[in-house]
Write a protein that binds this ligand. Structure first.
Ligand code: XMP
Length: 521
Protein backbone atom coordinates (compact mmCIF):
# COMPACT_ATOMS: atom_id res chain seq x y z
CA UNK A 1 0.00 0.00 0.00
CA UNK A 2 1.23 3.51 -0.83
CA UNK A 3 2.68 5.41 2.06
CA UNK A 4 1.74 9.06 1.66
CA UNK A 5 3.93 11.82 2.95
CA UNK A 6 2.37 12.82 6.23
CA UNK A 7 2.09 16.12 7.96
CA UNK A 8 1.49 16.18 11.70
CA UNK A 9 -0.65 18.89 13.27
CA UNK A 10 -0.04 19.09 16.98
CA UNK A 11 -3.20 20.46 18.55
CA UNK A 12 -2.92 22.84 21.47
CA UNK A 13 -6.68 23.31 21.67
CA UNK A 14 -7.48 26.06 19.17
CA UNK A 15 -11.09 26.31 18.01
CA UNK A 16 -9.89 26.33 14.41
CA UNK A 17 -7.36 23.48 14.34
CA UNK A 18 -9.61 21.48 12.02
CA UNK A 19 -9.43 24.27 9.48
CA UNK A 20 -5.66 23.83 9.25
CA UNK A 21 -6.21 20.23 8.26
CA UNK A 22 -8.85 21.19 5.73
CA UNK A 23 -6.61 23.78 4.08
CA UNK A 24 -3.84 21.18 3.80
CA UNK A 25 -6.13 18.48 2.43
CA UNK A 26 -7.26 20.99 -0.21
CA UNK A 27 -3.60 21.10 -1.22
CA UNK A 28 -3.62 17.28 -1.55
CA UNK A 29 -1.45 16.87 1.52
CA UNK A 30 -2.23 14.05 3.93
CA UNK A 31 -2.27 15.31 7.51
CA UNK A 32 -3.53 14.21 10.89
CA UNK A 33 -4.42 16.17 13.99
CA UNK A 34 -3.18 14.83 17.31
CA UNK A 35 -3.59 16.41 20.75
CA UNK A 36 -0.28 17.53 22.22
CA UNK A 37 -0.63 15.08 25.13
CA UNK A 38 -0.42 12.14 22.73
CA UNK A 39 2.61 13.35 20.83
CA UNK A 40 5.44 11.55 22.56
CA UNK A 41 8.92 10.83 21.21
CA UNK A 42 7.84 7.32 20.30
CA UNK A 43 4.77 8.65 18.52
CA UNK A 44 6.89 11.06 16.48
CA UNK A 45 9.20 8.29 15.43
CA UNK A 46 6.35 6.08 14.36
CA UNK A 47 4.41 8.84 12.58
CA UNK A 48 7.53 10.09 10.79
CA UNK A 49 6.09 13.42 9.63
CA UNK A 50 7.59 15.26 6.69
CA UNK A 51 6.56 18.52 8.38
CA UNK A 52 4.86 19.64 11.59
CA UNK A 53 2.41 22.40 12.41
CA UNK A 54 1.83 23.66 15.94
CA UNK A 55 -1.77 24.87 16.23
CA UNK A 56 -3.02 27.83 18.21
CA UNK A 57 -4.49 27.33 21.66
CA UNK A 58 -6.19 29.10 24.55
CA UNK A 59 -3.44 28.75 27.16
CA UNK A 60 -0.55 31.13 27.89
CA UNK A 61 3.04 29.90 27.48
CA UNK A 62 3.93 32.15 30.40
CA UNK A 63 1.93 29.85 32.69
CA UNK A 64 3.90 27.06 34.27
CA UNK A 65 2.75 23.67 33.03
CA UNK A 66 1.22 25.05 29.83
CA UNK A 67 1.08 22.65 26.84
CA UNK A 68 4.33 21.94 24.96
CA UNK A 69 5.46 19.74 22.10
CA UNK A 70 8.18 17.20 22.84
CA UNK A 71 11.71 18.51 22.39
CA UNK A 72 12.27 15.76 19.82
CA UNK A 73 9.97 17.64 17.40
CA UNK A 74 12.68 20.26 16.91
CA UNK A 75 15.30 17.60 16.33
CA UNK A 76 13.63 15.70 13.49
CA UNK A 77 15.13 18.01 10.89
CA UNK A 78 11.72 18.69 9.30
CA UNK A 79 10.10 22.10 8.71
CA UNK A 80 7.83 23.38 11.49
CA UNK A 81 5.19 26.07 11.30
CA UNK A 82 3.96 27.57 14.57
CA UNK A 83 0.65 29.41 14.57
CA UNK A 84 -0.36 31.91 17.28
CA UNK A 85 0.09 29.92 20.53
CA UNK A 86 2.24 27.57 18.43
CA UNK A 87 4.45 30.49 17.50
CA UNK A 88 4.86 31.49 21.14
CA UNK A 89 5.64 27.93 22.19
CA UNK A 90 8.29 27.71 19.52
CA UNK A 91 9.90 31.01 20.53
CA UNK A 92 10.01 30.14 24.18
CA UNK A 93 11.24 26.57 23.62
CA UNK A 94 14.04 27.80 21.38
CA UNK A 95 15.31 30.56 23.65
CA UNK A 96 13.13 33.62 22.89
CA UNK A 97 10.73 35.43 25.21
CA UNK A 98 6.97 35.76 25.41
CA UNK A 99 5.14 38.32 27.53
CA UNK A 100 1.70 37.88 28.97
CA UNK A 101 -1.14 40.01 27.59
CA UNK A 102 -1.06 43.77 27.79
CA UNK A 103 -3.79 45.82 26.25
CA UNK A 104 -1.58 47.64 23.73
CA UNK A 105 -0.18 44.44 22.23
CA UNK A 106 -3.31 42.29 22.23
CA UNK A 107 -4.99 41.98 18.85
CA UNK A 108 -8.31 40.38 18.06
CA UNK A 109 -9.82 40.26 14.62
CA UNK A 110 -8.73 41.83 11.36
CA UNK A 111 -5.18 43.20 11.17
CA UNK A 112 -2.77 44.05 8.39
CA UNK A 113 0.80 42.84 8.08
CA UNK A 114 3.46 44.64 6.09
CA UNK A 115 6.66 43.00 4.87
CA UNK A 116 10.26 43.73 5.79
CA UNK A 117 12.71 44.26 3.00
CA UNK A 118 13.99 40.71 2.72
CA UNK A 119 11.43 38.35 1.15
CA UNK A 120 11.25 34.64 1.93
CA UNK A 121 9.77 31.76 -0.01
CA UNK A 122 7.08 31.26 2.62
CA UNK A 123 5.63 34.58 1.48
CA UNK A 124 5.73 33.98 -2.27
CA UNK A 125 2.49 35.36 -3.67
CA UNK A 126 1.95 37.72 -0.74
CA UNK A 127 1.94 41.54 -0.86
CA UNK A 128 1.24 41.64 -4.59
CA UNK A 129 -2.07 43.51 -4.79
CA UNK A 130 -0.52 47.00 -4.80
CA UNK A 131 -1.53 47.92 -1.24
CA UNK A 132 1.77 46.58 0.08
CA UNK A 133 0.00 44.75 2.90
CA UNK A 134 -2.04 41.59 3.58
CA UNK A 135 -5.12 41.14 5.70
CA UNK A 136 -4.71 38.52 8.42
CA UNK A 137 -6.81 37.31 11.35
CA UNK A 138 -5.32 37.83 14.79
CA UNK A 139 -6.50 36.47 18.09
CA UNK A 140 -3.82 36.86 20.73
CA UNK A 141 -3.35 38.40 24.16
CA UNK A 142 0.28 37.34 24.75
CA UNK A 143 3.02 38.35 22.36
CA UNK A 144 6.59 37.44 21.53
CA UNK A 145 8.91 40.08 22.99
CA UNK A 146 12.26 38.61 22.01
CA UNK A 147 13.09 36.32 19.12
CA UNK A 148 14.81 32.99 19.62
CA UNK A 149 18.39 32.84 18.26
CA UNK A 150 18.51 32.15 14.53
CA UNK A 151 15.12 33.80 13.85
CA UNK A 152 14.53 37.00 11.88
CA UNK A 153 11.40 39.08 11.30
CA UNK A 154 9.85 39.12 7.82
CA UNK A 155 6.60 40.99 8.47
CA UNK A 156 5.00 43.07 11.20
CA UNK A 157 1.56 44.30 12.20
CA UNK A 158 0.71 47.24 14.47
CA UNK A 159 0.27 44.96 17.52
CA UNK A 160 2.74 42.21 16.51
CA UNK A 161 6.27 43.36 15.70
CA UNK A 162 7.02 39.66 15.15
CA UNK A 163 4.00 38.82 13.01
CA UNK A 164 5.97 36.57 10.63
CA UNK A 165 9.35 35.19 11.67
CA UNK A 166 11.57 32.38 10.53
CA UNK A 167 14.78 30.52 11.21
CA UNK A 168 15.58 29.73 7.59
CA UNK A 169 18.46 27.41 8.39
CA UNK A 170 16.23 25.02 10.35
CA UNK A 171 13.12 25.81 8.28
CA UNK A 172 11.22 26.85 11.40
CA UNK A 173 8.44 29.38 10.65
CA UNK A 174 6.30 31.16 13.19
CA UNK A 175 3.30 33.40 12.57
CA UNK A 176 1.24 35.29 15.09
CA UNK A 177 -2.00 35.19 13.07
CA UNK A 178 -4.23 32.37 11.81
CA UNK A 179 -3.58 31.63 8.12
CA UNK A 180 -6.22 28.85 8.14
CA UNK A 181 -9.26 31.08 8.60
CA UNK A 182 -11.35 32.67 5.91
CA UNK A 183 -10.43 36.16 7.13
CA UNK A 184 -6.80 35.63 6.17
CA UNK A 185 -7.64 35.63 2.45
CA UNK A 186 -4.18 34.66 1.25
CA UNK A 187 -3.59 32.07 3.98
CA UNK A 188 -3.83 29.12 1.64
CA UNK A 189 -0.84 30.42 -0.32
CA UNK A 190 1.22 30.48 2.85
CA UNK A 191 0.37 26.84 3.55
CA UNK A 192 1.12 25.97 -0.04
CA UNK A 193 4.55 27.56 0.20
CA UNK A 194 5.19 25.77 3.47
CA UNK A 195 4.32 22.30 2.17
CA UNK A 196 6.17 22.87 -1.07
CA UNK A 197 9.26 23.79 0.91
CA UNK A 198 8.79 20.60 2.94
CA UNK A 199 8.77 18.56 -0.28
CA UNK A 200 5.16 17.32 -0.34
CA UNK A 201 4.22 16.00 -3.74
CA UNK A 202 0.48 16.59 -3.37
CA UNK A 203 -0.23 12.88 -3.74
CA UNK A 204 -3.31 12.80 -1.51
CA UNK A 205 -6.11 12.70 -4.09
CA UNK A 206 -9.45 10.94 -3.97
CA UNK A 207 -8.51 9.07 -7.11
CA UNK A 208 -5.54 7.49 -5.34
CA UNK A 209 -7.48 7.09 -2.12
CA UNK A 210 -10.17 5.10 -3.89
CA UNK A 211 -7.70 2.40 -4.98
CA UNK A 212 -6.02 2.23 -1.60
CA UNK A 213 -9.32 2.09 0.27
CA UNK A 214 -10.58 -0.70 -1.97
CA UNK A 215 -7.46 -2.75 -1.28
CA UNK A 216 -7.75 -2.12 2.44
CA UNK A 217 -11.44 -3.08 2.56
CA UNK A 218 -10.71 -6.32 0.68
CA UNK A 219 -7.99 -7.15 3.13
CA UNK A 220 -10.20 -6.43 6.13
CA UNK A 221 -13.30 -8.25 4.91
CA UNK A 222 -11.80 -11.19 3.06
CA UNK A 223 -14.64 -13.43 1.92
CA UNK A 224 -17.02 -12.44 4.73
CA UNK A 225 -20.30 -10.54 4.39
CA UNK A 226 -20.98 -6.89 5.20
CA UNK A 227 -24.20 -5.06 5.95
CA UNK A 228 -24.79 -1.33 5.70
CA UNK A 229 -27.67 0.88 6.78
CA UNK A 230 -28.31 3.22 3.86
CA UNK A 231 -29.90 6.46 4.96
CA UNK A 232 -29.91 8.23 1.63
CA UNK A 233 -27.36 10.68 3.03
CA UNK A 234 -24.03 11.30 1.34
CA UNK A 235 -21.82 9.55 3.91
CA UNK A 236 -23.53 6.17 4.06
CA UNK A 237 -24.04 6.24 0.29
CA UNK A 238 -20.39 6.85 -0.49
CA UNK A 239 -19.32 4.24 2.07
CA UNK A 240 -21.68 1.72 0.46
CA UNK A 241 -20.51 2.51 -3.08
CA UNK A 242 -16.88 2.15 -2.05
CA UNK A 243 -17.41 -1.13 -0.22
CA UNK A 244 -19.43 -2.43 -3.13
CA UNK A 245 -16.55 -1.64 -5.44
CA UNK A 246 -14.26 -3.59 -3.12
CA UNK A 247 -16.33 -6.67 -2.34
CA UNK A 248 -19.34 -6.53 -4.66
CA UNK A 249 -22.03 -9.02 -3.73
CA UNK A 250 -20.66 -9.54 -0.25
CA UNK A 251 -22.32 -6.22 0.66
CA UNK A 252 -26.03 -5.95 1.42
CA UNK A 253 -27.60 -2.60 2.22
CA UNK A 254 -30.72 -2.07 4.27
CA UNK A 255 -32.75 1.04 3.56
CA UNK A 256 -35.22 1.57 6.38
CA UNK A 257 -38.32 3.38 5.17
CA UNK A 258 -39.91 4.77 8.33
CA UNK A 259 -42.61 6.66 6.51
CA UNK A 260 -40.91 9.94 7.40
CA UNK A 261 -39.04 10.44 4.15
CA UNK A 262 -39.47 13.16 1.59
CA UNK A 263 -41.49 12.97 -1.63
CA UNK A 264 -40.27 10.05 -3.78
CA UNK A 265 -37.13 9.75 -1.67
CA UNK A 266 -37.24 6.02 -0.99
CA UNK A 267 -37.84 5.18 -4.67
CA UNK A 268 -35.03 7.50 -5.77
CA UNK A 269 -32.46 6.15 -3.32
CA UNK A 270 -33.34 2.50 -3.73
CA UNK A 271 -33.63 2.91 -7.50
CA UNK A 272 -30.26 4.56 -7.79
CA UNK A 273 -28.42 1.93 -5.77
CA UNK A 274 -30.27 -1.12 -6.97
CA UNK A 275 -30.81 -0.31 -10.64
CA UNK A 276 -27.93 1.97 -11.51
CA UNK A 277 -25.20 0.76 -9.21
CA UNK A 278 -26.22 -2.86 -8.93
CA UNK A 279 -26.08 -2.98 -5.18
CA UNK A 280 -28.09 -5.47 -3.27
CA UNK A 281 -30.57 -3.32 -1.32
CA UNK A 282 -33.31 -4.44 1.01
CA UNK A 283 -36.08 -1.85 1.08
CA UNK A 284 -37.50 -2.28 4.56
CA UNK A 285 -41.08 -0.99 4.29
CA UNK A 286 -41.82 -0.33 7.92
CA UNK A 287 -43.98 2.77 7.65
CA UNK A 288 -46.87 1.21 9.57
CA UNK A 289 -44.66 0.17 12.46
CA UNK A 290 -43.08 3.60 12.90
CA UNK A 291 -46.19 5.70 12.30
CA UNK A 292 -48.19 3.38 14.51
CA UNK A 293 -45.85 3.80 17.47
CA UNK A 294 -45.66 7.54 16.91
CA UNK A 295 -49.42 7.98 16.97
CA UNK A 296 -50.48 10.53 19.53
CA UNK A 297 -46.90 11.38 20.50
CA UNK A 298 -46.04 15.05 20.40
CA UNK A 299 -43.02 15.40 22.71
CA UNK A 300 -39.90 15.90 20.55
CA UNK A 301 -37.56 13.77 22.67
CA UNK A 302 -40.06 10.93 22.91
CA UNK A 303 -40.41 10.97 19.12
CA UNK A 304 -36.65 10.75 18.69
CA UNK A 305 -36.37 7.92 21.20
CA UNK A 306 -39.12 5.88 19.57
CA UNK A 307 -37.60 6.33 16.12
CA UNK A 308 -34.10 5.49 17.32
CA UNK A 309 -35.24 2.34 19.11
CA UNK A 310 -37.38 1.09 16.24
CA UNK A 311 -34.62 1.81 13.76
CA UNK A 312 -32.27 -0.47 15.62
CA UNK A 313 -34.90 -3.21 15.98
CA UNK A 314 -35.82 -3.06 12.32
CA UNK A 315 -32.25 -2.97 11.10
CA UNK A 316 -31.41 -5.92 13.26
CA UNK A 317 -34.43 -7.87 12.01
CA UNK A 318 -33.33 -7.49 8.39
CA UNK A 319 -29.66 -7.94 9.13
CA UNK A 320 -30.40 -11.23 10.90
CA UNK A 321 -31.76 -12.54 7.62
CA UNK A 322 -28.40 -12.03 5.94
CA UNK A 323 -26.64 -15.17 6.89
CA UNK A 324 -23.05 -14.98 7.96
CA UNK A 325 -22.73 -11.18 8.09
CA UNK A 326 -19.69 -10.32 10.19
CA UNK A 327 -19.17 -6.66 9.38
CA UNK A 328 -21.21 -3.51 9.71
CA UNK A 329 -20.32 -0.55 7.48
CA UNK A 330 -20.57 2.99 8.80
CA UNK A 331 -19.97 6.33 7.17
CA UNK A 332 -18.00 7.77 10.09
CA UNK A 333 -15.95 10.82 9.04
CA UNK A 334 -12.65 12.22 10.27
CA UNK A 335 -14.23 15.10 12.24
CA UNK A 336 -16.17 12.44 14.22
CA UNK A 337 -13.00 10.73 15.39
CA UNK A 338 -10.54 13.57 15.95
CA UNK A 339 -9.63 13.64 19.59
CA UNK A 340 -10.04 17.12 20.93
CA UNK A 341 -7.81 18.76 23.50
CA UNK A 342 -9.59 18.96 26.80
CA UNK A 343 -8.32 21.25 29.52
CA UNK A 344 -10.44 19.58 32.15
CA UNK A 345 -8.25 16.50 32.13
CA UNK A 346 -7.21 14.10 29.40
CA UNK A 347 -8.10 14.08 25.75
CA UNK A 348 -11.70 13.31 24.97
CA UNK A 349 -13.08 11.64 21.90
CA UNK A 350 -15.92 13.44 20.22
CA UNK A 351 -18.27 11.03 18.53
CA UNK A 352 -21.57 12.30 17.20
CA UNK A 353 -24.52 10.63 18.75
CA UNK A 354 -26.40 10.98 15.47
CA UNK A 355 -25.29 7.65 14.06
CA UNK A 356 -28.48 5.74 13.87
CA UNK A 357 -26.86 2.36 14.24
CA UNK A 358 -24.94 3.36 17.39
CA UNK A 359 -24.70 0.44 19.81
CA UNK A 360 -25.53 -2.12 17.16
CA UNK A 361 -22.06 -3.54 16.54
CA UNK A 362 -21.76 -4.71 20.15
CA UNK A 363 -25.34 -5.93 20.30
CA UNK A 364 -24.99 -7.99 17.15
CA UNK A 365 -21.35 -8.96 17.58
CA UNK A 366 -20.37 -7.23 14.35
CA UNK A 367 -17.01 -5.73 13.44
CA UNK A 368 -16.99 -2.23 12.00
CA UNK A 369 -15.87 -1.18 8.53
CA UNK A 370 -15.44 2.58 8.39
CA UNK A 371 -13.76 3.44 5.11
CA UNK A 372 -14.33 7.21 5.44
CA UNK A 373 -12.69 7.64 8.84
CA UNK A 374 -9.80 9.59 7.38
CA UNK A 375 -11.89 11.96 5.28
CA UNK A 376 -13.48 15.35 5.64
CA UNK A 377 -16.93 15.96 4.16
CA UNK A 378 -15.57 17.73 1.07
CA UNK A 379 -13.34 14.73 0.43
CA UNK A 380 -16.26 12.33 0.80
CA UNK A 381 -18.10 14.32 -1.86
CA UNK A 382 -15.06 14.18 -4.15
CA UNK A 383 -14.81 10.44 -3.56
CA UNK A 384 -18.51 10.01 -4.31
CA UNK A 385 -17.90 11.79 -7.57
CA UNK A 386 -15.00 9.42 -8.35
CA UNK A 387 -17.29 6.48 -7.66
CA UNK A 388 -19.86 7.72 -10.13
CA UNK A 389 -22.59 8.95 -7.79
CA UNK A 390 -24.61 11.68 -9.54
CA UNK A 391 -23.63 15.27 -8.68
CA UNK A 392 -27.22 16.11 -7.72
CA UNK A 393 -27.07 13.33 -5.13
CA UNK A 394 -23.65 14.23 -3.74
CA UNK A 395 -24.61 17.86 -3.28
CA UNK A 396 -27.83 17.13 -1.39
CA UNK A 397 -28.59 19.07 1.76
CA UNK A 398 -28.27 17.07 5.00
CA UNK A 399 -31.40 15.24 6.12
CA UNK A 400 -31.84 14.13 9.74
CA UNK A 401 -32.24 10.50 10.76
CA UNK A 402 -35.67 11.06 12.37
CA UNK A 403 -36.77 12.61 9.07
CA UNK A 404 -39.99 14.57 8.78
CA UNK A 405 -40.96 13.64 12.36
CA UNK A 406 -38.93 16.59 13.65
CA UNK A 407 -40.42 18.88 10.98
CA UNK A 408 -43.90 18.17 12.15
CA UNK A 409 -44.14 19.69 15.64
CA UNK A 410 -46.98 18.23 17.69
CA UNK A 411 -48.74 15.05 16.68
CA UNK A 412 -47.66 13.30 13.51
CA UNK A 413 -50.45 12.18 11.23
CA UNK A 414 -50.35 10.67 7.76
CA UNK A 415 -52.37 13.64 6.44
CA UNK A 416 -49.89 16.15 7.80
CA UNK A 417 -46.96 14.19 6.41
CA UNK A 418 -48.62 14.07 3.00
CA UNK A 419 -49.14 17.83 2.97
CA UNK A 420 -45.62 18.47 4.24
CA UNK A 421 -44.03 16.29 1.54
CA UNK A 422 -45.79 18.17 -1.22
CA UNK A 423 -45.05 21.59 0.23
CA UNK A 424 -41.39 20.74 0.83
CA UNK A 425 -41.04 19.56 -2.77
CA UNK A 426 -42.44 22.85 -4.11
CA UNK A 427 -40.13 24.85 -1.84
CA UNK A 428 -37.02 22.93 -2.91
CA UNK A 429 -38.09 23.19 -6.53
CA UNK A 430 -38.32 26.96 -6.13
CA UNK A 431 -34.84 27.07 -4.61
CA UNK A 432 -33.39 25.02 -7.45
CA UNK A 433 -35.18 27.07 -10.09
CA UNK A 434 -33.71 30.24 -8.67
CA UNK A 435 -30.21 28.68 -8.65
CA UNK A 436 -29.90 28.96 -4.87
CA UNK A 437 -29.63 25.31 -3.84
CA UNK A 438 -25.84 25.17 -3.58
CA UNK A 439 -25.61 28.50 -1.78
CA UNK A 440 -27.86 27.20 0.99
CA UNK A 441 -26.54 24.65 3.48
CA UNK A 442 -29.92 23.20 4.34
CA UNK A 443 -33.49 24.11 3.44
CA UNK A 444 -36.79 22.47 4.30
CA UNK A 445 -40.41 23.10 5.15
CA UNK A 446 -42.07 22.27 8.47
CA UNK A 447 -45.79 21.93 9.04
CA UNK A 448 -46.91 23.88 12.09
CA UNK A 449 -49.35 22.50 14.68
CA UNK A 450 -51.89 25.23 14.01
CA UNK A 451 -54.64 26.03 11.56
CA UNK A 452 -55.37 29.53 10.44
CA UNK A 453 -58.26 31.15 8.61
CA UNK A 454 -57.91 32.16 5.00
CA UNK A 455 -60.03 33.04 2.02
CA UNK A 456 -59.64 31.34 -1.32
CA UNK A 457 -61.99 32.02 -4.17
CA UNK A 458 -65.20 32.93 -2.44
CA UNK A 459 -64.78 30.53 0.39
CA UNK A 460 -63.30 30.49 3.82
CA UNK A 461 -60.45 28.08 4.48
CA UNK A 462 -59.18 26.76 7.77
CA UNK A 463 -55.90 25.01 6.98
CA UNK A 464 -52.38 24.38 8.22
CA UNK A 465 -49.63 26.98 8.37
CA UNK A 466 -46.22 26.11 6.97
CA UNK A 467 -42.79 27.35 8.08
CA UNK A 468 -39.95 27.60 5.59
CA UNK A 469 -36.39 27.30 6.84
CA UNK A 470 -33.13 27.88 4.97
CA UNK A 471 -29.71 28.35 6.55
CA UNK A 472 -26.11 28.89 5.66
CA UNK A 473 -23.57 27.03 7.77
CA UNK A 474 -20.23 25.27 7.64
CA UNK A 475 -20.88 22.27 9.87
CA UNK A 476 -24.38 22.70 11.26
CA UNK A 477 -23.02 23.75 14.65
CA UNK A 478 -23.84 27.39 14.02
CA UNK A 479 -26.02 28.77 11.27
CA UNK A 480 -27.48 31.93 9.82
CA UNK A 481 -30.88 32.20 8.19
CA UNK A 482 -30.69 32.66 4.44
CA UNK A 483 -31.64 36.16 3.27
CA UNK A 484 -34.11 35.37 0.48
CA UNK A 485 -35.48 38.30 -1.48
CA UNK A 486 -39.08 39.33 -0.81
CA UNK A 487 -39.88 38.43 -4.40
CA UNK A 488 -38.65 34.90 -3.86
CA UNK A 489 -40.59 34.52 -0.64
CA UNK A 490 -43.78 35.96 -2.16
CA UNK A 491 -43.57 33.75 -5.24
CA UNK A 492 -42.83 30.64 -3.18
CA UNK A 493 -45.66 31.29 -0.75
CA UNK A 494 -48.10 31.76 -3.63
CA UNK A 495 -46.96 28.57 -5.34
CA UNK A 496 -47.24 26.49 -2.18
CA UNK A 497 -50.72 27.75 -1.32
CA UNK A 498 -51.91 27.27 -4.91
CA UNK A 499 -50.37 23.84 -5.40
CA UNK A 500 -50.67 22.19 -2.01
CA UNK A 501 -54.12 21.52 -0.65
CA UNK A 502 -54.15 21.88 3.11
CA UNK A 503 -51.83 24.91 3.46
CA UNK A 504 -53.23 28.42 3.46
CA UNK A 505 -50.43 30.40 5.14
CA UNK A 506 -46.64 30.42 4.87
CA UNK A 507 -44.09 31.85 7.34
CA UNK A 508 -40.36 32.31 6.84
CA UNK A 509 -38.18 31.44 9.84
CA UNK A 510 -35.45 34.05 10.27
CA UNK A 511 -33.83 32.66 13.43
CA UNK A 512 -30.11 31.95 13.42
CA UNK A 513 -28.41 29.20 15.44
CA UNK A 514 -27.84 29.93 18.25
CA UNK A 515 -30.33 30.84 19.66
CA UNK A 516 -32.48 28.58 17.48
CA UNK A 517 -31.60 25.11 16.25
CA UNK A 518 -31.78 24.29 12.56
CA UNK A 519 -34.60 21.77 12.91
CA UNK A 520 -37.78 22.82 14.70
CA UNK A 521 -37.51 19.95 17.18
P1 XMP B 1 -30.02 21.13 14.86
O1 XMP B 1 -31.50 21.08 14.71
O2 XMP B 1 -29.53 20.38 16.07
O3 XMP B 1 -29.42 20.34 13.62
O4 XMP B 1 -29.48 22.53 14.80
C1 XMP B 1 -28.09 20.36 13.19
C2 XMP B 1 -27.96 19.44 12.00
O5 XMP B 1 -28.12 18.08 12.42
C3 XMP B 1 -29.23 17.50 11.76
N1 XMP B 1 -29.90 16.65 12.74
C4 XMP B 1 -29.82 15.30 12.78
N2 XMP B 1 -29.19 14.45 11.97
N3 XMP B 1 -29.98 12.63 13.27
C5 XMP B 1 -29.29 13.10 12.20
O6 XMP B 1 -28.75 12.30 11.43
C6 XMP B 1 -30.63 13.44 14.14
O7 XMP B 1 -31.24 12.99 15.09
C7 XMP B 1 -30.54 14.85 13.87
N4 XMP B 1 -31.06 15.95 14.49
C8 XMP B 1 -30.65 17.04 13.79
C9 XMP B 1 -30.07 18.66 11.26
O8 XMP B 1 -30.86 18.29 10.12
C10 XMP B 1 -29.01 19.67 10.92
O9 XMP B 1 -28.42 19.39 9.68
Amino acid sequence: MTQHDRLLIIDFGSQVTQLIARRLRELNVYCEIHPYQNVTDAFLKEFAPRAIIFSGGPDSVTREGSPRPPQAAYELGVPILGICYGQQVMMQDLGGKVEAGQSHTAEFGRAYVTPKEERIDLLTGWFLDGTGREQVWMSHGDHVSELAPGFAVYATSPGAPFAITADLEHRFYAVQFHPEVHHTPNGKTLYENFVRDAGFKGDWTMDAYRDEAVAKIREQIGDKKVICALSGGVDSSVAAALIHEAVGEQLTCVFVDHGLLRLNEAEEVVGMFRDHMNLSVIHAQEQDLFLGELEGVSDPETKRKIIGRLFIDVFQKYADQIEGAEFLAQGTLYPDVIESVSFSGGPSVTIKSHHNVGGLPEKMGLKLVEPLRELFKDEVRALGHELGLPASFIGRHPFPGPGLAIRCPGEITRDKLEILRKADAVYIDQIRKHGLYDEIWQAFAAILPMRTVGVMGDGRTYDYALALRAVTSVDGMTADYYPFSHEFLGETSTRIINEVKGINRVFYDCTSKPPGTIELE
